[in-house]
Design a protein around this ligand. Structure first.
Ligand code: GLA
Ligand code: ZN
Length: 680
């Protein structure tokens, strides 16, 4: 079984020597500077197809072999990429049918990258061939430590081949048109299909009012992309079965159900470009943190951070260089969340092209005495000292459910109100937990729940089959569950439950939802906590956006609405179920109140905090290995911040530590705590 066997923490960048082959002095200088920057891994070959196969069937790999040898001689290892992310011009010219077709049914012209159809047999055949040629030559090269399959798979194609494949996918899913018609509720607006040929992908020129079609289309796009990746993995795998395989994913930026890639990956990987400086950096950090956790939870083990900028990102509205210290802090954030690699885009700035102003370790002037280079080198040196962290794992006791199907289904709804934002809702709960110093696993709704004490499933509108049963089992066995407004309305086909919300969770939550009141932006309500209820002691809090009108059946009322026609009716409830508790929040609370709710729930759930009294902007994370716990304190604020931690030693200085610690602004500290009992 292939696994990530890298010695220590990997540090490096995407490297594009193919842009500099006529400048041998630069190729040489790069190697020297990489050693200085403590680079021990580079990603090679992403987008190098035109250099590797300059004409159809003519392969040129000498330059690549030379680079691999030269890197190997310096002790730098390589993550070798398959080049399918961008096609050579000869391919586009000869086989125009590989170009993607948009939802408006217009075929793209040649150009750009990611402009290829995942269904096209020609594109598949040519990709498989270049991958095979690459693997045949280099899968056993001593520098190569893994496969970087393609680049940031994403996007969709609506060409006739994809339409055909979609219909085939639907036939396999539904078997008969009757079943499809029933699942898509096609009695509405005369949408009944009488022939499979009548079905086409959603389009702004055609069918855009059939939510279930939209959800199934995105499921198909995921499966087709996955199938393409699987073809690439099969092409390279036989040449060295122990070489681990990964692909760089972009988290919530894409409409791909990434957990479906799980079984293709030996190690998961993330690309991330946070907009530091765009607002409150602590908020930016939390949004990034959620992506890290989501990536770690794909395989529940250490992952690779494969791309982030060392400086600025040219495609953002404001391409602002990272402030001093921020790059190191980003590296420590990745490691704290469970990454075993911290890699950058890119090593050297290109002189031309779309990304010539994108941040890089080495700028156009080729110097290594710059602030950016210095900060990168310091980061590399620090990661080298933290090698013992490699392979340590996160044991989160809290989980947040984030599910792509749910996100799509909500996105496909017309109403009940504009601005419904499942991502924002998830992030609000994530932030509330993070501010308390709680490590969170970000999981999809099919992930196991046995390891958790607290599960938060915000706005889980669509309940895929089996999810209700799993949530019940979790609570019955002693878990604490928190669900929120706009949950459990539809089944896996996006059909509303004919028992109303919360459908099959009615017993578990001990309530039913009668109505959903949506509020205009200027409208507010308030919730008042029952003094003798399970959240007694909490101050009344403002709520907005929407308020569900709940009937508590077996649930106790923890808070009621203060005004409007549902004044005095439950807004927050708690239902004891088996050995656990199922909570329901029927409205939207501000971050402060949400944090208090989570503080109370996590304490009741018995979650042990590794640190307390965190200042704003300070975050705490743990990794564990061989009876040792590593504790990270990260400060994303502009001021020094505090946190109180148990007795331990500072991993880097060896000094005893513990009690109230001060974390300087934009810095990270790492501690080592020995001999603990797992999950104490
Ligand atoms: C993505 C791509 C890279 C590069 C960077 C720039 O992550 O994978 O090739 O374009 O963005 O930020
Ligand atoms: Zn296509």
């Amino acid at each position: 079984m292939a696994g990530w066997q890298f010695p220590g923490i990997a540090h490096g960048a995407d490297y594009y020597p193919e842009q500099w082959l006529d400048r041998p002095e630069i190729l040489e200088a790069d190697l020297e500077m990489m050693v200085k920057a403590r680079v021990n891994l580079v990603t090679l070959g992403v987008f190098a197809w035109a250099m590797e196969e300059p004409e159809e069937g003519v392969f040129r790999f000498d330059w690549l072999r030379e680079r691999l040898d030269a890197l190997h001689a310096r002790g730098i290892r390589v993550l070798l990429a398959t080049p399918s992310g961008a096609r050579p011009n000869w391919l586009a010219e000869k086989y125009p049918e590989v170009q993607r077709v948009g939802e408006d049914r217009r075929r793209n012209l040649p150009g750009m990258r990611m402009n290829h159809c995942y269904t096209s047999p020609v594109y598949r055949r040519l990709t498989q061939r270049i991958d095979t040629e690459l693997a045949r030559r280099f899968a056993r090269h001593p520098a190569v430590v893994g496969w970087h399959i393609s680049n940031e798979y994403h996007g969709e194609c609506h060409c006739p081949l994809c339409q055909e494949a979609f219909r085939g996918w639907l036939q396999r899913r539904y078997g008969t048109l009757e079943r499809l018609n029933a699942a898509w509720w096609t009695g509405f607006w005369s949408k009944h299909y009488t022939d499979w040929r009548q079905i086409a992908s959603p389009s702004s020129l055609g069918e855009r009012a059939l939510p279930a079609l939209r959800v199934d289309w995105l499921r198909f796009v995921t499966d087709q992309t996955r199938d393409f990746m699987s073809m690439e993995v099969e092409a390279v795998r036989p040449f060295n079965p122990v070489l681990p395989v990964t692909t760089n994913m972009i988290g919530r930026l894409i409409e791909i159900d990434t957990p479906r890639f799980r079984d293709l990956l030996d190690v998961a990987a993330l690309d991330i470009y946070p907009e530091w400086g765009s607002g409150d950096d602590a908020a930016v950090a939390d949004a990034a943190a959620m992506e890290h956790d989501l990536t770690r939870c794909l395989l529940d083990k250490p992952y690779l951070l494969l791309e982030t900028t060392p400086s600025m990102t040219n495609w953002q509205a404001v391409g602002q260089p990272k402030r001093p210290g921020m790059h190191m802090l980003c590296a420590m954030q990745a490691i704290a969340h469970g990454a075993d690699a911290f890699m950058m885009f890119q090593w050297r700035k290109a002189r031309g092209g779309f990304e010539k102003f994108h941040g890089a370790v080495v700028s156009h002037d080729g110097r290594d005495d710059t602030r950016v280079f210095r900060e990168v080198a310091e980061t590399g040196a620090r990661l080298a000292r933290l090698g013992e962290l490699k392979g340590s794992v996160t044991h989160a006791q809290a989980a947040l459910i984030f599910d792509w199907n749910n996100r799509w289904a909500i996105g496909a709804c017309k109403g009940p109100r504009e601005g419904i934002d499942p991502d924002g809702e998830a992030l609000a709960h994530y932030r509330a937990l993070a501010a308390l110093g709680i490590d969170v696993d970000v999981i999809d709704s099919e992930h196991g729940l046995d390891d958790y004490r607290l599960v938060c499933a915000p706005m889980l509108y669509m309940l895929k089959s089996g999810v209700a049963e799993r949530l019940e089992r979790f609570v019955c066995g002693g878990g604490t569950l928190l669900m929120t407004c706009f949950s459990a309305l539809t089944d896996e086909s996006d059909l509303c439950f004919d028992t109303g919300a919360p459908g099959p969770l009615r017993k578990l939550l001990g309530l039913r939802v009668e109505e959903l009141d949506t509020l205009y932006p200027h409208q507010r309500n308030r919730v008042r906590f029952a003094p003798d209820g399970p959240l007694g002691g909490m101050e009344a809090a403002e709520c907005d956006f929407w308020c569900e009108i709940l009937h508590a059946e077996t649930a106790e009322t923890a808070a009621v609405y203060e005004s409007d026609y549902y004044r005095g009716m439950p807004a927050v409830t708690r239902n004891r179920f088996g050995d656990g508790e199922a909570w329901y929040l029927g409205t939207r609370l501000g971050l402060d109140a949400l944090r208090k709710v989570h503080a109370s729930l996590s304490a009741r759930a018995g979650i042990a905090l590794q640190a307390s009294g965190l200042s704003k902007g300070v975050r705490v994370h743990c990794r564990e290995k061989d009876g040792v716990r590593y504790l990270f304190l990260l400060n994303f604020g502009d001021e020094p911040g505090n946190a109180t931690i148990p007795p331990c030693v500072n991993l880097e200085t060896g000094q005893p530590a513990g009690g109230m610690m001060v974390v300087p602004a934009r810095q990270a500290l790492v501690f080592r705590q020995a001999a603990f009992h797992a999950r104490d």
